[in-house]
Design a protein around this ligand. Sequence first.
Ligand code: AMP
Length: 545
Amino acid sequence: MKGLMQDRPLLISHLIEHAATYHGTSEIVTLAVEGGKHRYTNADCRIRSKKVAQAMERLGMGIGDRIATLALNTYRHVELWYGIAGMGAVAHTINPRLFAEQIIFIANHAEDRILFLDLPFIPLIEAVADHLKTIERYVILTDDAHMPETQLANAVSYESLIEAEDGDYQWPEFDECTASGLCYTSGTTGDPKGVLYSHRSTVLHTFACALTDTLAISAKDTVLPIVPMFHASAWGIPYATCATGAKLVMPGLHHDGESLQKLITSEGVTMTAGVPTVWLMLLNYLEQSGTGIGCLERVLIGGAAAPESMIEAFEKKHDVRVFHAWGMTEMSPLGTVNTPVRATLGLSGEQQIALKSKQGRTVYGVEMKITDDQGADLPWDGRTFGNLKVRGWWVAQAYFRGAGGSITDEDGWFDTGDVATIDEHGFMQITDRSKDVIKSGGEWISSIELESAAMAHLDVAEAAVIGIPHPKWDERPLLVIVPKEGATVTKQGMLDFLEDKVAKWWLPDDVACVTELPHTATGKVHKMTLRKQFKDYTLPTVREG
Ligand code: AMP
């Protein structure tokens, strides 16, 4: 017997309809690419999203067509998401920090038909446009007054494109499993692979995002996603603000510490989200300038491990609560968030900080487990490392156009490629990407844990640990450090510092200082490039025999 409840499809257009109808005056504020601040309301956003949908239909786009954006976090990008997905097409976010060849590969593989791009990316696309086989026209995200000369085919300004429409548009209803968004993984090896989100997966993920024990977004909040919309959908925040009525603040081009501090304080931001490298810049700026952080209450740190020193700086110095989270493009991206449970409430301040360096508990809607290499489940004791596997309503089942073949086992589990422990309360801690873990004498050393310990040193701006081949131990850790401006870090000083923080056999065999670390297009340390930089390096423990 079937239930007798209304069977309404979960569609992304309902999110913007809800925001405009019930939170119509709630604002979306952007540091505009052309300069100055742009501000308008959810109601304005709905009308302009509808104009986008109308314009797409006028240009012959239909259900399932891929329409690409190479765009920053701005109000126009939000309109595009709702307009494109709302009319049934697929909003394909491309990361402008990718290499030109990757952008060519991705746009051709996706068979994108239109490319919307922000002003700063015009030279990048002009250089590769001859290779973009399927793109019929380019739309520059600006108005006619700021429209530059460009050789891009059929290029028009965004404002002129949508101003031709009247916004009198009825969102179509269709199957909730229809594709809505496409995002290619940053893939450090092999070709990038497309993750194809659906309306259903996106709406369910949105519910989960707003829960109190996940991002706790409410109508009282002002939310600043620094994480880009091209990096796993800005972690779902531009959907969650529509669902909840929170005010949305978009940083555009500006990710430096000073701009962020000013934006946070001037707009009354209560919650913000981004990768650790962004927070390093903000925390440095706060330290150097002696300025405050306004009414910021919560910061979501994800994409890479949050070092304990960063958690401590936010919580103790600035009285901002840290939510450490883990996820992947393949997971829409939310997998775990670190929020307390009753059993951990009694921990001391220091223990709380240590607990927060774990990536947290699974969000309802995602199942998680760790297994050995044969697939057998491993215990949740907080010590045993295993391959982290997930399944759930917003986890990928396959990559776009079958790339990489089958990606789940017969029971639907997706192997994340991460190695992790899970403790008795369900707190998961990432040890490493499986390819980054350091295998020493048959045991594993967590590069992430070593990095976090090194980052607590006052003279260290950034740290990365890689395994270097060793004839006796297989691999041994090398700690690579970027010292803070004007500071020096010695090997002995560092080893003395780490001595009581990690197991003795985990202590790095050497410490190298560099002026900067290589980063991926999503702001993580690029371990593969770092390993290449140190490929001819011999550890002193090998040289000395
Ligand atoms: P992406 O799909 O580019 O977001 O990358 C996902 C990967 O980033 C995960 O599989 C992890 O290896 C890593 N990652 C994401 N969040 C964290 C975190 N909080 N701590 C450690 N690694 C993380």
